[in-house]
Ligand binder design. Structure first.
Ligand SMILES: Nc1nc2c(ncn2[C@@H]2O[C@H](COP(=O)(O)OP(=O)(O)O)[C@@H](O)[C@H]2O)c(=O)[nH]1
Ligand SMILES: [Mg+2]
Length: 306
């Protein structure tokens, strides 16, 4: 299944069924979310689906998020009783995460031991599309293979990868649909590139993103897009200011907002504007203070049969 797809009930039911099958084969689950928007990138059904299984929540892509915000999120999740940690699947060291996995598998191991069996604890990785599941698994593979190099024949057998003497991880991640039930989450997912751009107006999207980023960190946005000094925080105004600053102009000097929109989204997703968390661990105190343009629906009605 391609990663960025339009979700419709058929897709959702299918990936849910698949995940349920995979879950039957494991004792524990590593849930990945995006550290830049940890709540919007978690699937609301996972808790129910995993019930009594041990769970680790990984705030992945932490290299793209604001460290202080990530710390607040971790604190919040830990207060909720979750085992949570940050990670960078592109370059993070796996020692700490492997230790957490071992820790989380201890109760299952103890249960096996009580029954007198030396069974392997099996993990799987899950999350919505684009949070980095494949990259994360590859990262663990890398260290697992290195670790097991002196013990031939134990790695990558039967789509299970051995991470330790009593630890195995499923080679294929389970995919869950993103939450599309509220517009705020949908918008954050769109900013991150986790749902298809085609169903949205790109200029609306990029303008909304710019506005949100500008409210969070005006210096970073100003520097990246060479904004003039006294710019007003409105989506369209910011997009035009970026055109002016970066010279995205059409013949006759008109602003090339189309091109600007695509580049703003690309640069944000690549982390070029800076390390920015777009969903705060604490909700805004007063909803009225929020820029309304950030909260308006952006989705056009679905085409028939979509
Ligand atoms: N900067 C950064 N990028 C990541 C990280 N993890 C994954 N990515 C990138 O995010 C994109 C989606 O990753 P992928 O593993 O395919 O996500 P999946 O759909 O959950 O399997 C790819 O471009 C990865 O290189 C991370 O920790 N940091
Ligand atoms: Mg993948």
């Amino acid at each position: 299944m391609p990663d960025r797809i339009n979700w419709y009930p058929g897709h959702m039911a299918k990936s849910r069924r698949l995940l349920q099958e995979q879950l039957r084969a494991v004792d524990a689950v590593i849930e990945l979310c995006d550290a830049r928007a940890p709540l919007a990138t978690r699937n609301a059904d996972l808790k129910k689906l995993t019930r009594d299984k041990a769970r680790i929540l990984v705030l992945n892509k932490a290299d793209l998020a604001d460290d202080r915000e990530t710390a607040k999120w971790l604190e919040r999740f830990r207060r909720e009783g979750l085992t949570a940690m940050r990670f960078n699947s592109n370059g993070g060291r796996t020692k700490e995460i492997l230790a957490k996995i071992e820790e989380a598998s201890a109760p299952a191991l103890a249960r096996f031991a009580a029954r007198g069996v030396k069974k392997t604890v099996r993990f799987m990785v899950t999350g919505i599309p684009n949070v980095g599941k494949s990259t994360f698994i590859n990262r663990l593979h890398g260290s697992a293979i290195a670790k097991a190099s002196d013990r031939p024949g134990v790695t990558r057998a039967n789509q299970w990868v051995r991470l330790g003497p009593y630890l195995e991880i499923l080679d294929t991640p389970g995919m869950l649909p993103p939450r599309m039930d509220d517009q705020e989450s949908a918008r954050l997912l769109a900013y991150l590139g986790s749902i298809r751009d085609e169903i949205m107006d790109t200029e609306d999207l990029a303008g909304g993103l710019l506005s949100r980023l500008y409210a969070l960190n005006p210096e970073a946005v100003s520097a990246r897009f060479k904004l003039p000094g006294d710019v007003e925080n409105t989506p369209h105004g910011l997009l035009e200011a970026a055109c002016q600053g970066r010279g995205w102009l059409l013949s006759g000097g008109r602003y090339d907002t189309d091109r600007a929109a695509a580049l703003v989204l690309d640069e944000f997703r690549a982390g070029k504007i800076g390390r920015l968390t777009i969903q705060g661990a604490l909700p805004p105190e007063n909803p009225r203070q929020r820029d309304q343009s950030l909260w308006n629906p952006i989705f056009r009605p679905h085409a028939a049969g979509d």
